[in-house]
Design a protein around this ligand. Structure first.
Ligand code: ZN
Length: 334
C-alpha cells in the first residue's frame, strides 16, 4: 500500500484528487472498490496492483509462479515478474519498468498503465484529433547512407518505401509531405524543422536495421519514451518531457496499430514495440513513430526488402495503420 500518510484529512483528500486527475481511476484506498486501483511506491516508481487493474478492465487475473495473465474475451496481457517485456494481444511490448511483486500481489508501473497499456486497451479514451496530413521521413540520405549490406544502402530502401507509402496514402485522400524526395543529405534538425514548417498531424520516420549478427531479423516500432522513464533495452532516462511526450497516449496506440498491421501482412519476426529518445520522434510536436522495417544484414530479409511485392505489403500495412489511427481518433461529428 501507499507509504504516503498525509498529516491532515484535507491533505489526504487533495492528494487523492491530484492522483485521480493524473491517472484516472487510481486511489490509495483499501480494499479496492469496483473502479479504484491501489498503488504502492517502490524505488521512486509508482506501481499499481495488477489485481485492481484487471478488475478495472473487467478482466480475469491469474498468477502462477512468476507469470500473471490478464484476460477477457477481447484482450490478453501476459506479464512476468522482474521483466520489462510483456505480450499484449500476442504482440511483444517493452514496458518502462519491470513487473514487481509485493507478497502475493504483482505490480505494474503506473506510467506503463497510463501511457501505454490503457490507450491500447481503451483506444476510445485517447484524445480525439484530426489526422489528415502525414509527414514521411525516409531515414538518412546523400552522404549518410545508413546501414549498408551486400551493397544495398539503407537510405535507398527507406526512400523507396516512403514513396510507396506516400502514393497509397494520397490515393486514400491524405495530404502527404516527405522530408526528402531525392537522395539528399539531411540533418536530424532539418527533418524536425520540416515538421515545424508543414505542421503535419502525424510523423513517421522510415528505417531499416542492420546488425553484426546476420541471423537477427524482424520488424520493430519505436516511439518516444515518457519523461522520467528509461529507454527500452537500456537505462538512459528521459530527464524532462520533450515535445513528443505531449502525445504519449496517442503514440502508444499508433505504435500498436503499426506493429500489428506490419506483422500481420509481412509475417516477419516480432522485434517488439520499443521506446527510445530518437531525436526526430522526440522533438516533433505531433504523434510520431520510427519504423525499422527489416534487417538488411539478414540475407533473407534483405532479399525481401528488395522485392516490389514485399515493399507493397509493408507500405499497405503502414497505410492501414494510419487509416485505423485516423478513424479511432476522428473527432465526433455533431
Ligand atoms: Zn536508419
Amino acid at each position: 500500500m501507499s507509504r504516503f500518510f498525509p498529516p491532515r484529512p484535507w491533505l489526504a483528500l487533495a492528494a487523492l484528487l491530484i492522483l485521480c486527475l493524473a491517472a484516472g481511476p487510481v486511489s490509495n484506498a483499501a480494499p479496492a472498490g469496483k473502479h479504484s486501483i491501489r498503488y504502492f511506491d517502490l524505488n521512486k516508481v509508482r506501481y499499481l496492483y495488477l489485481q485492481d487493474v484487471a478488475r478495472f478492465y473487467g478482466m480475469n487475473c491469474r498468477t502462477a509462479d512468476k507469470k500473471t495473465v490478464l484476460s477477457s474475451r477481447y484482450s490478453r496481457l501476459v506479464l512476468e515478474q522482474d521483466s520489462r517485456i510483456c505480450q499484449l494481444n500476442g504482440l511483444k511490448v517493452n514496458l518502462s519498468f519491470p513487473i514487481a511483486r509485493k507478497g502475493p500481489d504483482m505490480l505494474l508501473a503506473q506510467t506503463d498503465f497510463r501511457d501505454f497499456i490503457d490507450p491500447i486497451l481503451r483506444s476510445a479514451t485517447v484524445p480525439k484529433r484530426k489526422v489528415r496530413h502525414v509527414m514521411l521521413d525516409p531515414g538518412h540520405g546523400g552522404k549518410d547512407t545508413g546501414a549498408i549490406a551486400a551493397k544495398v544502402a539503407e537510405k535507398n530502401i527507406n526512400l523507396l518505401l516512403a514513396r510507396r507509402i506516400a502514393a497509397i496514402l494520397r490515393k486514400r485522400g491524405y495530404k502527404v509531405t516527405l522530408t526528402r524526395t531525392t537522395d539528399q543529405t539531411l540533418t536530424l534538425q532539418q527533418r524536425v524543422a520540416a515538421m515545424q514548417k508543414h505542421q503535419p498531424d502525424l510523423f513517421l520516420s522510415i528505417h531499416c536495421n542492420a546488425l553484426d549478427n546476420s541471423s537477427a531479423k524482424g520488424i520493430e516500432t519505436y516511439i518516444a519514451n515518457p519523461a522520467g522513464t528509461p529507454s527500452s533495452g537500456g537505462n538512459v532516462f528521459a530527464k524532462k518531457a520533450a515535445p513528443g511526450n505531449a502525445f504519449n497516449r496517442e503514440n502508444a496506440l499508433l505504435s500498436w496499430l503499426l506493429q500489428e498491421k506490419l506483422l500481420a501482412s509481412s509475417k516477419a519476426v516480432d522485434c517488439g514495440i520499443k521506446r527510445k529518445q530518437f531525436y526526430v520522434i522526440r522533438e516533433v510536436s505531433c504523434p510520431a513513430a520510427l519504423l525499422e522495417l527489416g534487417f538488411l544484414s539478414n540475407a533473407q530479409e534483405r532479399h525481401l526488402l528488395l522485392q516490389p511485392l514485399y515493399q507493397d505489403k509493408l507500405s499497405v500495412a503502414v497505410c492501414d495503420a494510419v487509416q485505423k489511427f485516423e478513424q479511432t481518433l476522428a473527432p465526433v461529428r455533431k
